[in-house]
Design a protein around this ligand. Structure first.
Ligand code: NDP
Ligand code: 8X3
Length: 254
């Protein structure tokens, strides 16, 4: 029986790579994001290259009514979600708290925390009814450690970890697994978004190191969802070899 995965934020980075990987593993897919052209392109490739049955939903996870409308629009055959990957997220800005923009703080909390909660709240009831399902939240090393100039991004990922642990406690009785992946520095569109489109600043983040890439995260998701039914992976934290923690990175030029 074909399983269904619902992945948020598939128009770039980790989400896109995880969509391809889940298609390769034979899943039927619900892919989401705000950029319709990218969703259409990805849907086309998933269908033609992997013969994947795929539905794309274009909406903003910060907008609860849009989340409801999107989930309600799913065809019946896509409503039983076996794996939910809460991936959509961002960092906005990297500055001391007092110099940061309130709007950036709100975007991070609304996307990384409230968006994850909205989607999970909408999809969990059917998992409970079916007494099966697996939720994989994309957290971050920033959910474990706090670094200078990252207070609210780190707060958002600490919140993701609290929600992950709370869900695990509340859903264990239904046989639903709850996991998280906590990557360190990975080169995607993440830093371009964080620096508000400044590509030079984004590139500098990875100067002198070999960062993680989206395939590394897809590998991690594959490991998590292919364990035997009795095994639940709580969290996998992975870093580039040159990153010791959130603020100690050994660069080639050093
Ligand atoms: P990218 O910027 O490459 O991708 C982010 C994805 O999230 C895009 O598909 C984007 O789609 C989607 N997204 C962002 N905001 C919204 C929104 N409001 N509504 C719907 N979709 C949204 O970043 P990554 O792939 O690197 O990041 C994915 C996740 O991994 C994030 O949660 C991030 O915090 C986390 N992470 C990233 C790390 C890194 O170093 N790259 C390390 C650790 C964790 P669209 O713009 O089309 O809406
Ligand atoms: C992104 C990882 O620590 O570079 O979540 O901000 S970090």
């Amino acid at each position: 029986m074909t399983k269904t995965a619902f992945i948020t934020g598939t128009t770039a980075g980790f989400g896109e790579a995880m969509a391809y990987r889940m298609a390769m593993l034979g899943y039927r897919l619900v892919i989401t994001g705000r950029r319709k052209e990218r969703l259409d392109e990805l849907t086309g490739k998933l269908c033609s290259e992997y013969k994947c049955e795929c539905v794309s939903l274009c909406f903003d996870v910060r907008d609860y009514d849009a989340c409801v409308e999107a989930v309600n629009s799913l065809p019946e055959s896509f409503r039983d979600i076996d794996v939910l990957v809460n991936n959509a997220g961002l960092a906005a800005g990297a500055a001391p708290f007092d110099e940061s923009l309130l709007d950036d703080f709100e975007r991070m909390i609304d996307t990384n925390v409230k968006g994850l909660i909205y989607i999970t709240k909408l999809l969990v009831p059917r998992m409970i009814e079916r007494k099966k399902g697996h939720i994989v939240n994309i957290s971050s090393i920033a959910g474990i450690e706090v670094y200078p100039n990252g207070s609210v991004y780190c707060a958002s990922k600490h919140a993701v970890n609290a929600v992950t642990k709370g869900l695990r406690l509340d859903l264990v009785k239904y046989g639903i697994k709850v996991s998280s992946i906590s990557p360190g520095m990975a080169e995607t569109e993440f830093s371009i978004v964080r620096y508000h489109g400044d590509e030079d600043k984004a590139k500098a983040v990875y100067q002198g190191i070999v960062p993680l890439n989206a395939e590394d995260i897809a590998d991690t998701l594959e490991f998590i969802v292919t364990r035997p039914d009795h095994v639940s992976i709580n969290d996998i934290q992975l870093n580039p070899k040159q990153q010791a923690n959130t603020y100690m990175t050994y660069r080639d030029s050093q």
